[in-house]
Ligand binder design. Structure first.
Ligand SMILES: Nc1ncnc2c1ncn2[C@@H]1O[C@H](COP(=O)(O)OP(=O)(O)O)[C@@H](O)[C@H]1O
Ligand SMILES: [Mg+2]
Length: 327
């Protein structure tokens, strides 16, 4: 297994109290596999990713328990310097907002080239050639003539391609893309997502694709992990989950995707709001919003049950996963 996150806990200690952002996340990604991590805003998707990358805001953030195994080694036991070597060369992250992630006063060629001068000891001439090659690879038209341009001279979609190029530069084994297309127009979104999926297959990388949009993951993901209040509530191969979700929260998310064949029909939205992470409700965190909740849901935290029907290699943190599957 390329990456295994085991029972990860992350808290933020603030003046107002302790926000329990990640409460026992377990997920894994293999080489060549795409895992989509899904969930409403605030569910702990980015914080988990930051912990994996080693870029968590500490303080106020603190990892209080868990393991992050990368190629079998627990990254949480690494010294910062060893960690830095892993970052970039072995795992890289793509963020939502390219404009604030790229350096505005350096040409994109210089920024891409730096990956090779700093990490690979390339000469400036070699680095420039590599930068152009990467820009070609992410299909930036006229790469050779644009290598000296600055980030603001590119469109949003092209900038996002440049960020993908930065992430790919050292051919890492794992890429984490955190809402990589959320800031883009719908048509550009699809192009950037297709490009990312294609490069992932070509380079046989592990990809963690964080998104709040179930619509985009159907074509690109192998597995889906659904997060709620800092926990994985369901995880399954993508087709199984679409066919029959085993958690009421996943079901709610699926029912709120706009569908072309149901134009005009009112969109279902999950009622209520995600919990305050300083006061997560007892029992199942989703119980106040759940149409299927019973007494036990208000008192007992559901473990991750193995879902033994409707597919293999699936888990659900719902006491009533069977009823959910069949309902
Ligand atoms: N820098 C921070 N300081 C304090 N709290 C934070 C910080 N970053 C994240 N959090 C807390 O962690 C929660 C989960 O955040 P995040 O992982 O970014 O959610 P998302 O699923 O939308 O990516 C937030 O709602 C917030 O309570
Ligand atoms: Mg996020």
């Amino acid at each position: 297994m390329l990456l295994e996150v085991r029972d990860l806990h992350v808290e933020f200690r603030t003046r107002d109290g302790v926000a329990k952002a990640v409460n026992g996340v377990t997920y894994s990604v293999d080489e060549g596999e795409t895992l989509a991590v899904l969930g409403e805003s605030g569910s702990g998707k980015s914080v988990t990713a930051q912990a994996v990358m080693g870029i968590l805001d500490t303080p106020p953030g603190k990892i209080t328990a868990g393991e992050i195994l990368f190629k079998g080694q627990d990254l949480l036991k690494f010294k910062e310097e060893e960690r830095r070597k892993v970052r970039g060369a072995q795992m890289a992250m793509i963020f939502q907002d390219a404009l604030s992630s790229l350096n505005p006063v350096l040409s994109v060629g210089a920024q891409l080239g730096e990956m090779f001068t700093v990490h690979r000891g390339a000469s400036r001439k070699e680095a420039k050639a590599k930068a152009i090659e990467l820009m070609d690879r992410v299909r930036i038209p006229g790469a050779a003539s644009r290598v000296g341009d600055y980030p603001h001279q590119f469109s949003g979609g092209m900038r996002q391609r440049i960020m993908i190029a930065m992430a790919l530069a050292l051919e890492p084994a794992l890429i984490i893309a955190d809402e990589p297309t959320t800031a883009l127009d719908v048509t550009v979104q699809a192009q950037v997502m297709d490009l990312l999926a294609e490069l992932q297959r070509e380079l046989h990388m592990g990809l963690i694709l964080i998104t709040h949009d179930l619509g985009v993951v159907a074509d690109v993901a192998d597995r889906i992990a659904v997060m709620y209040a800092g926990r994985i509530v369901e995880s399954a191969p993508v087709h199984d989950i679409y066919k029959a979700p085993a958690h009421p929260y996943t079901k709610g998310l699926l029912e709120s995707i706009p569908r072309l064949d149901q134009k005009g029909r009112e969109l279902y939205a999950i009622k209520g709001l995600p919990p305050n992470l300083m006061h997560i409700p007892p029992g199942c965190a989703f119980n106040p919003r759940c149409p299927m909740a019973q007494d036990v849901c208000r008192t007992d935290v559901p473990p991750l049950y193995e879902v033994t029907e409707a597919g293999t290699d699936r888990v659900s943190a719902c006491h009533f996963w069977r009823e959910c599957l069949n309902g």
